[in-house]
Ligand binder design. Sequence first.
Ligand code: AMP
Length: 178
Amino acid sequence: MSTPTVTPADLERAIRNVPDFPKPGIQFKDITPVLQDPRLFAASVELLTADLAPGSIQAVVGIDARGFIFAAAAAFKLGAGLVPIRKSGKLPYRTFEQSYDLEYGSNTLAVHVDAVPSGSRVLLLDDLLATGGTAQAAAALLTRLGAQVVRIGFLVELSFLKGRTRLRDFPVQSLVVY
Ligand code: AMP
């Protein structure tokens, strides 16, 4: 008997909602139950890469920190390199930096200046799309490197925060939409 196909509804059932984490009022979408289940983890990576032929992109870019998990697995599957976009101050070599506004204060992301050759086709991945500020800043860094962002993929999208409007210059894929 063949293994039943995993659907986005199966992923949705596994994602755990943790109220008031990391601060009051935030409904944190905990994706660790997806990672713990080998079928769900494999299926999430499969769904984020299904239409991309191995060799068709040069790098998968993951956003600090949960994006790294999906990006690493996707890079391995696609025969592509892995590029981390990290919070400012974490990457050791020369970097480009991009700041963006949060509800209170701001945040800065960084990428190594030589992370991908200009003209590279890249897939950008993170665990969750909320307001879109993080992914928008990451995509701006990749554009600055001369990379072509083929798609921005997420396991989860909080559609009521309208993050897609900030990413309108790029194709966006999300597996589970709330
Ligand atoms: P944003 O820049 O608003 O789209 O926020 C996206 C980033 O913040 C991602 O890296 C997520 O991991 C994290 N994040 C924001 N909101 C949540 C949430 N409700 N649950 C889990 N992670 C979140």
